[in-house]
Write a protein that binds this ligand. Structure first.
Ligand code: ATP
Length: 275
């Protein structure tokens, strides 16, 4: 199989659009009397952006961590998860991008992008000519991705030499390098200034086209710009409400329709009684 992950998926999974549905989801942390999520029904369509909003502590990150297979051991989860096509476990098909860039400070930008390709590699396969070729191809792919996110000249710098926005672009390149069909994003742009956030939204929208994306955000404008559908997590325990589906192409310009939607979101969340 060719090794070029940009043109030819390494896993054989990454060009497949994956949809996800959760029925009757229930989540309770052992140290809590109350469940965090209950009667949760969510459908995440393939190749689209689903944005999830909700007040602090309503369970957004918990839901995302469940999808990523990263939930704490001390938690009760029940519910039906279906993925289509059901070709592999969901946790093997997701890339996760968090609010913190989670870059390794001692590795160069390039090596941070390459990190996911290196786990266990030498221990598993040892050194061979084939592996050398593979490593060279992966390096080329990583450099191409850094070019796409506008950081070709920064490949050999350390993360601390970059601004917050640049670091999140490295994190985006690293996410793309994983080349998974599902991308889970937990407020990845929230710590950035407004202009940088706007540019990164556009960039992510272009580069993650055709992926199944779940984006958690506190920002209704961000949801309007990027989402094909918007869920609100509301109540205590939280359930999911499909607020709207949006058919026009993304990224959208924030306009009067966006302002109306922002108002609806604020009204729905303002009277939420989870705190
Ligand atoms: N590992 C854990 N153990 C116990 N309780 C947890 C754990 N992780 C989260 N919680 C609790 O579960 C609830 C939901 O947390 P979660 O982080 O999913 O909310 P959130 O909606 O993402 O919040 P925010 O918007 O502030 O990030 C909170 O009350 C939180 O304290």
């Amino acid at each position: 199989m060719p090794d070029n992950v940009l043109s030819f998926p390494m896993s054989g999974l990454s060009n497949t659009s994956v949809s996800i549905s959760i029925t009757e989801g229930y989540l309770r942390y052992f140290n809590s009397q109350m469940p965090t999520l209950m009667d949760l029904n969510v459908f995440i369509p393939a190749g689209k952006w689903t944005c999830i909003l909700g007040r602090s502590g309503c369970g957004k990150t918990s839901l995302l961590r469940y999808l990523a297979g990263l939930l704490d051991q001390r938690v009760n989860w029940s519910g039906k998860l279906r993925i289509d096509p059901a070709q592999a476990e969901l946790k093997d098909q997701v890339a996760y991008m968090a609010q913190q860039d989670l870059l390794m400070p001692w590795l160069s930008v390039l090596d941070n992008v390459l990190l996911s390709t290196r786990f266990g590699e030498s221990a598993k396969t040892g050194f061979s000519v084939k592996n050398t070729h593979k490593a060279r191809d992966q390096k080329e792919q990583a450099l191409t991705l850094l070019e796409k996110v506008g950081l070709a000249d920064n490949a050999h710098q350390l993360p601390q030499q970059l601004s917050g926005g640049m670091r999140q672009r490295v994190a985006l390149a690293r996410t793309l390098m994983q080349n998974k069909p599902v991308v889970l994003m937990d407020e990845p742009f929230s710590a950035l200034d407004a202009v940088t956030r706007y540019r990164l939204q556009d960039l992510a929208c272009t580069l993650l086209k055709d992926k199944t994306v779940v984006l958690i955000t506190h920002d209704p404008q961000e949801a309007f710009r990027l989402a094909h559908q918007i869920y609100l997590l509301r109540g205590s325990p939280s359930t999911a409400e499909l607020l709207t589906t949006l058919l026009s192409s993304t990224p959208r310009v924030f306009d009067a329709t966006g302002a109306q939607l922002q108002q609806r979101i604020m009204e729905r969340l303002e009277y939420d009684d989870d705190e």
